[in-house]
Every structure is written in structure tokens, then in C-alpha cells.
Design a protein around this ligand. Sequence first.
Ligand SMILES: Nc1ncnc2c1ncn2[C@@H]1O[C@H](COP(=O)(O)OP(=O)(O)O)[C@@H](O)[C@H]1O
Ligand SMILES: [Mg+2]
Length: 215
Amino acid sequence: MIYVFGGIKGGVGKTTVALNFVQFLAGGLQKDVLLIDADDQETATDYTAWRDSTLDGQLGYTAVKITGDAIRSQMPNLKKKYDDIIIDTGGRDTRSQRAALTVADVYLIPFYPRSFDFWTVTKVQHLINEIKIVNPKLKAITFLNRADIRSADNRDTATALEEAEGITYFNFPLLNRKCFSNAAGKGLSVFEFEPKDEKAINELNALFEEIIKLT
Ligand SMILES: Nc1ncnc2c1ncn2[C@@H]1O[C@H](COP(=O)(O)OP(=O)(O)O)[C@@H](O)[C@H]1O
Ligand SMILES: [Mg+2]
């Protein structure tokens, strides 16, 4: 399966959730996973470098940087070699994100409730409609990330996402939790970081188990 983390906003947690999903598949389910960093900011690549030093080379997955149309042209070959491919894209409607979406099975779009604006959803819907002309099998999923425990923002954003046509809202929010940045700073996933944050792990498992049911 080919999963693309994207959207048209920065800082919503695309890379963070993508990296934890890589570990869920590679470490948890023992899949052979390829992580493609398709963002020029290279956050996933930096994380992998930290991980390499923390774990002494035992990454548990393969990471490469590919951008632009090469994502599409290389995919037939890469698809044969890996169980799952995760593509992390930047926070804009880029050539890389479009190339990735033309070959993807699942498009995962996190939303940060506090910075939510309805235009972002509308723009994402337009992008999906365009991509579906060439890739009708694409499934687009939204979920909340960095949500608060109790907040009207969560509810308002969730309602807007639920009502958005052509996109499926997964009601498995990830709350705002310190362990995400603590773990990432060491090149570790939330599943691996000690002391373990069981609440965060449970939230990730609930979301990811729902995502892999799409296969
Ligand atoms: N659930 C979360 N709880 C707390 N912090 C988070 C969470 N998800 C992401 N972050 C933090 O938010 C910031 C932006 O995340 P990042 O994954 O880089 O976003 P994007 O890739 O969408 O630009 C990072 O500092 C990251 O540690
Ligand atoms: Mg990112």
C-alpha cells in the first residue's frame, strides 16, 4: 500500500504522524517499509539521521529522498520491493505532493483544530477531485492531530471535516502530547520512547488500526 501524508498546511503534524506510522508498520507489524521524504524541508530525513545515531544503524525501515515527478516514475519499481510505502510531503500543493497522489492508495490529511480554517478543506477537496481523474482509487482520510482534551475547537473542526464531501473523517483524534516532540528529538517513535506514554500509544494504535483496514 502507498500512503501519502499531506495537505496544504504546515505544522499540522504530517511528518510526526507519518514517522510513527512507519514504526507501527515496520516495528509493530514487521512490514518491509520504505519512507520517502518528498518535502524539501527534509524533516523526515533529519529524523532518520538522528535515529541512525540513537539506534546505531538499526533503523528498521529504508529511507530515501525523492521529489517531483520522479516519485511517480520510480513507483512501479519501488512498489515491487516493499510491503508499504509512506510518502511525507510538504505543507503546500506542490508538484511532489501531486505526483505522490497520482500513485497513492491512501491520502492522510491531519488537521490541527486551533488553526483550522474552512478554506483549507475546500482546497484539499479541489485537489482530490483533480487527482481522482487520473487516480480514481485514491481514498482521502482526515483526522485531528494536536487536539485538546476538551475544546470546542475539536468539535467544530470535526463537524466541518465530517461534512466535507469526497473525504472520510476518522474520529480517532491524536491529542496534543509532549511525548511526540520528545521522541522525535531522539529519532524515536512514540512507541519506542521511554518513559512510555500509554495514552498517546493507544491513540496512535486506534487511528492506525483503522487506517490499515483500508487495505
Ligand atoms: N500530537 C502532537 N502533540 C504534540 N506535538 C505535536 C503533535 N504532532 C505534532 N507535534 C509537533 O508539532 C510540530 C509540527 O509537526 P510536524 O510533524 O513537523 O508538522 P508538518 O510535517 O505538518 O509540518 C512539531 O514540533 C511536532 O513535534
Ligand atoms: Mg513535515
